[in-house]
Design a protein around this ligand. Structure first.
Ligand SMILES: Cc1cc2nc3c(=O)[nH]c(=O)nc-3n(C[C@H](O)[C@H](O)[C@H](O)COP(=O)(O)O)c2cc1C
Length: 211
């Protein structure tokens, strides 16, 4: 356990050092890849928008859904619902500007009926958005870990898009689409973007430097 924590720390320090030196190589450093598969998976995920027609196996879908529902959730309310869409007509209807060659969509939704505090003290406002976002990221990572590609396409709080998706999917009013994740076997291989920026980090107070 101690060993793996140390390995992650070393990997992260190495990534940070690379960036401080102005190295813009995507953060898939050998250290990260050789030391920890989870970190490697995070660092190499990138949005995929072109897919092969090959369908996604049910076992892989189940793992994505399990990973999504393993996300942290405020007061453990789990205010989410997932709609798996493999029907070509519905995929076409939901695709908008996106290519329609995606074999699978997963609509990741908030369920506002599941936002009531367990002690009956009213609703937990708006935290469902964070819970469902965390679930969406877990889903993307589980797709990537299984050799699939995926892209998050945004719905809520773009109300028009959320309403359009809810309408196509026949959602009751408590079910709010936050994202439609497009999933399939990648038909493109874009390099992961290097988004690490030292300037986005402060220590102790905003703008504070590491002592
Ligand atoms: C909230 C959110 C909404 C997004 N909506 C779209 C979208 O509608 N269409 C799309 O092609 N990509 C969408 N993306 C994917 C981003 O464009 C992508 O994550 C970003 O460019 C960074 O690239 P990367 O995922 O390859 O690291 C969205 C991502 C997030 C987090």
């Amino acid at each position: 356990m101690k060993k793996s924590i140390l390995a992650i720390a070393v990997a992260l320090l190495t990534l940070s050092a690379c960036n401080q030196q102005g190295n813009t190589k995507p953060e898939t450093t050998d250290t990260a890849s050789s030391s920890n598969a989870a970190i490697e998976n995070i660092m190499t995920r990138t949005s995929i928008r072109q897919f092969k027609s090959q369908p996604v196996e049910q076992e892989k879908i189940d793992i994505m859904l399990k990973a999504a529902m393993a996300a942290p959730t405020a007061v453990n309310l789990q205010p989410w619902h997932f709609i798996v869409i493999d029907d070509k007509k519905t995929i076409d209807l939901l695709s908008g500007q996106q290519p329609t060659n995606t074999p699978l969509l997963i609509a990741v939704c908030g369920d506002t009926d599941k936002t009531t505090m367990p002690d009956g003290k009213g609703k937990l406002p708006e935290f469902w958005i964070q819970d469902v976002s965390a679930a969406t990221e877990n889903l993307l990572l589980a797709a990537h870990a299984q050799g699939l590609g995926a892209v998050w396409t945004g719905c809520y709080p773009a109300m028009e898009r959320a309403a359009e998706v809810a309408n196509v999917l026949n959602c009751p009013t408590n079910i709010i689409p936050l994202a439609v994740v497009r999933v399939g076997y990648p038909d493109e291989a874009p390099a992961p973007k290097d988004k690490f920026k030292q300037e986005n980090i402060s220590y102790n107070t905003f703008g504070g430097k590491k002592q």
